[in-house]
Structures are given as C-alpha cells and as structure tokens.
Ligand binder design. Structure first.
Ligand code: FES
Length: 546
C-alpha cells in the first residue's frame, strides 16, 4: 500500500486510480487553494512533489505549464500499489515572514491620514467623485500589499483613522515558475495562459476573503513589489525587464512620451480582486526595471524626500536594491546577487522555515552550537544562519578571507546531516561581491564615503534578522557604528500603507521618483575590481592580504 506524506500529514492509502492528491488532501484536512472545484481550470491547487513523482499518473493537458516537480493536485492520481510520495501545497509550514516595520521616521513623528477615499454623509468619494453609498456608521477600508518574489504581505487599514485592522502573509505561489525574477520573466513570456498571474490572483483573493471585514468596504488597494511582480499583477508583459536595457513597459512608454509616470492604475474589477467593484488598484511607481515599487515604497517609509541627513537603504535579496541620498539628491542601484543568501545554490540551504539554522556559535574546540527556528532538529541553513556561520569560521581562523577552509577537507559538518562546503562558500562570496560592488560604486558615484552616512537602513526580512557584528566581520554591510544602523523590517509594506493613507505623500513620492539618478553598476569601470575585493570575507575597506 503506498504511503502519502502531504505537508506534515501522512496516511497509508489504497492505490485508487480515480482518487486525486486533492481528494487525499481533503481526507487529511489539508486546505488546498481552489476556485474551480477540482476542474483543472483555476491552476491554484499546485503541489510540489519532492519524492515519488513516478508513482503518480502522467501529467495531463492542464498541467503542461508546470515544470518538473510540480503537479495540479486535482489532476494527479496515485497510480502505484507501493512506495512513498512526499508532496506539499504551495503554502508550506509557517514561513518566517517579516510583515512589520520598525524605527522609521513615520513611527517617531506620527501620521495624519489624508486618503484619496473620503465621504460626504453616505456618499463615498474617490478623488472627490462619488463611487458608492454607505451608512455613515460603516468604516471605509483599504489594502496595502507588497508582492515579493518570495512572499506576499497584506495589510488592511481603516482609511480614516489609519488604524491597522488586520494583516496576513503567504508564500508567493509563483515558485513553480522559478525562484528569481529572471526565471519568472522567462516562464511568463513562454506561458500564454498567464498562469503565474492567475495563480497569484487566486491566492490573493482567498486571503482577502479571509479578512475580518465586509470586502465591499475596501475602496482602494495599493500595490508595492519589484517591477516584475507589480507589472505581472497588472497583466503587463514583463518580457522587456529581462532584456537589456532591463526596462519595464512603463519606462519604454514614458521614453516614447506615451505616459508621464510609471504609476499603474486599474479597477479592482478588472484585476479580479474581491473588494468593492468600484475600488481603484494603485501600483506604486517604479524607479527602473530592477529597482521597483518596493524600493520606492521604502523611500517613502524612510521619508527621503524630506530628509536632511545622508541616508542609505539596503534591501538584501536575490536582487539587492540600494538607495542613497536625501532631499537634495537621491541615487539608486540594483545588484544581481543571486539566491545564495536566501539558501539557494547552497548544498544545505533552505528558506527561513522551521528547521532552519538561524544562528551559529563556534566554541574554542571548534564545536558548533546552532539555534534552530522552531527548535527541533536542524534541517538546513537559512540566510542569517549562513552569515553567522561564515563570521564564526572567520573569527576562529577556520576559514581564511579568501573562503578556503584552513584544515577541513573542503567540507565541514555543522550539525547532524547539515554540512557546508567550499563551493557553498564560493557561491556566497560571489553574492557578497555583487552587494559590496553595489555599495562601493554608489558611494563613489555619489561622492561620499560610508563613514559619512548618518543612517543606514537595512530593509527586508533578511536584513531584520541579520547579526550586525557578523555581517560587518565578513563585509556584507559597511563597517560603520552600530548606532547608525536601523534594521527596519518590511519597510516596503510600511511605505505602501503611507501611500494608501495619504494622497500628499503619494504625490511627493511620484515627484521624488522622477528625480532619482540611476547608478548603473555594469558600466562602471571599477566594477570588476570592487567585485573581486568584495568576494573576500573581511570588513569592507580592510587591506587585502599579502
Ligand atoms: S482545483 Fe482548480 S485547477 Fe485544480
């Protein structure tokens, strides 16, 4: 009798060629997203099969868009009488999602909402025009959504008081189209059925339906996200973002004089969101093809447009975004760092899920003590665990600054089955080299040194959980005093909230984005030298060894 392991549930099943994985999921009480009730149409019921794919029926027509390892659970049947199948829905466990933001100017100064949605008695107005009638006792709501390549974060706000009513987050289900934006662009370009967009829309709709308010009371939705995620959500082709000079359609249209902003708007009805049909969806402006609306939202959260101090924002990820400046001058850069610091291309790498090592301490006998998310047995290393491990290896002289192990034979055991090898180090070195090159070149082009910075914001979930001393020791962030560094968490969703609540701030951001100077790393003559220097595991700016 085959054994089915679905998410964290297991059963022994009689091989029944008419029953699908979806049917077994229902039996186990595992919730599978669906809008078509198992008809093979909505493409939401995807599962990732990590073992025993050959024990399932062959993929059918409706699954042609899926790459190896992914199936529609309403189509895949168990087709063997023995063996073991491991699979999970696209909502794996509880991902450590950073959906809060901290230590931003808005938190210190307070904030008075002036939303685009207002009311005059029972009349609900959008930009001063009536769009609905509603009892005066009903609250008016809006949504701020940050669509990340890895995670999606939603906040529900009361538009008049600014109060946070609810929030939710989930893993971006588009993972079946690849883990980084370039893979998603290629997938979307080749897939005429737009399944990436449709799957995400389905997940978003389910998340909105679960919010604790009448969805028709939601009158505006603000979308942040990198350029690819934003444009795909708005059903635009993202092909041009993947081709030199890496610009979105909105930038091409601006250059051709067809529009004067990279902002996107559409009705909720057109995008299929289950909110008030008259609601507007506002896509925040992008700065370039690889410096997107999420970065613009971070600029708003950090209030750079009104800032006298010299400020940098760094959001480390598969594509690291950098902002440097103040109200007088702002520059932006993007660094294609790759997925290593998110656990990709690392032999025992994994996302920040339960079971991931997030911190490592090495004692005098070179033994490791590991902190594991959720306690329990270590299954791999997430980004913060990798930074911590590298810093400990450098501190204990077990690895030199060039990334070579001093006395381990190309591989060491961290704990249990979790190992770490020199190829992993090499991949991390290249990711770090790209980040450091970005920092060095943007500082050079701006004409300042890192020590002249007044504030260094580390945005994003990865930045929030970084050990700052460890990060400085291996040269992932500038070697500046700790009191200048703010680990602000999800500043993008915070910026999206500000744009949702204030038309004044929204207009300020649109004007600021037009002034941002784009720093192109790939054409800088010093890029190769600073990249090579940045691949070393040493504080930024320290001397190269003889
Ligand atoms: S449930 Fe809709 S495609 Fe499977």
């Amino acid at each position: 009798m085959p054994r089915l392991h679905l998410n964290t549930h297991s059963i022994d099943v009689a091989a029944d060629s008419t029953a699908t994985l979806f049917d077994y999921a229902e039996k186990l009480g595992v919730k599978v997203p669906t809008s078509c009730r198992k008809q093979g149409k909505c493409k939401e019921c995807i599962v990732e099969v990590t073992q025993g794919a050959d024990l399932l029926s062959a993929p059918g027509e409706e699954e042609k868009h899926l790459s190896d390892g992914f199936r529609l659970s309403c189509r895949a049947c168990i087709a063997a009488s023995d063996g073991e199948i491991h699979c999970h829905t696209m909502r794996r466990g509880t991902l450590v999602v950073e959906n809060q933001a901290y230590e931003l100017p808005v938190h210190a100064d307070g904030f008075t909402p002036d939303p685009t949605v207002t009311r005059d008695g029972e009349r609900v107005l959008l930009d001063g025009h009536e769009i609905d009638r509603r009892p005066v006792t009903d609250a008016l709501h809006g949504l701020a959504i940050d669509i990340g390549t890895t995670t999606v974060v939603i906040r529900l706000l009361n538009l008049e008081s600014g109060e946070l009513v609810a929030s939710s987050s989930f893993e971006n289900p588009q993972r079946f189209g690849g883990s980084d934006v370039m893979a998603r662009i290629q997938y979307d370009t080749e897939d005429k059925s737009r399944s990436l967009q449709r799957t995400l829309s389905g997940y978003l709709s389910h998340a909105i339906e679960e919010l604790p308010v009448d969805p028709t009371s939601i009158y505006e939705v603000v979308i942040a996200g990198n350029s690819t995620m934003r444009d795909m959500f708005f059903r635009l082709s993202v092909y041009t973002i993947g081709q030199s000079p890496y610009q979105s359609l909105t930038e091409h249209e601006m250059a051709a004089g067809k529009r004067d902003t990279t902002v996107l708007t559409a009705t909720a009805k057109k995008l299929g969101l289950p909110v008030n049909p008259a609601a507007r969806v506002y896509g925040m402006p992008i700065i370039s093809g690889h410096v997107g609306a999420d970065t613009a939202a971070c600029m708003l959260a950090a209030d750079i447009g009104n800032e006298d101090r010299l400020v940098a924002i760094m959001d480390i990820g598969t594509n690291t975004e950098l902002i440097l400046g103040n109200k007088h001058k702002v520059m932006a850069a993007s660094c294609p760092a790759g997925p290593a610091f998110e656990g990709g291309q690392i032999s025992c790498g994994m996302p920040g899920l339960p079971g991931a090592i997030e911190k490592v301490v090495m004692d005098d006998d070179d033994e490791f003590t590991c902190s594991v998310i959720g306690g329990g047995e270590a299954q791999g290393l997430c980004g913060s665990g990798l930074v911590s491990l590298l810093a400990e290896l450098v501190r204990g002289d077990r690895m030199n600054r060039l990334g070579r192990f001093e006395y381990d034979d190309h591989e060491l055991t961290v704990t249990g089955d979790v190992t770490f090898n020199e190829e992993d180090v090499n991949n991390l070195a290249q990711a770090k080299g790209a980040n450091v090159a970005g920092l060095q070149i943007i500082f050079q082009q701006y004409g300042i040194k890192a020590e002249e910075l007044d504030v260094f914001y580390l945005a994003g979930g990865f930045g929030k959980h970084l050990d700052l001393d460890a990060s400085k020791r291996i040269g992932l962030i500038p070697d500046i005093p700790l009191e200048k560094i703010r680990q602000v968490g999800n500043a993008a969703v915070e910026g999206a909230c500000i744009a949702l609540l204030s038309k004044t701030k929204r207009a300020e951001l649109e004007a600021l984005v037009r002034r941002v100077e784009h720093c192109r790393l790939e054409t800088d003559p010093n890029f190769f030298d600073v990249f090579v220097e940045g691949c070393q595991f040493a504080p930024i700016g320290s001397e190269t060894p003889a």
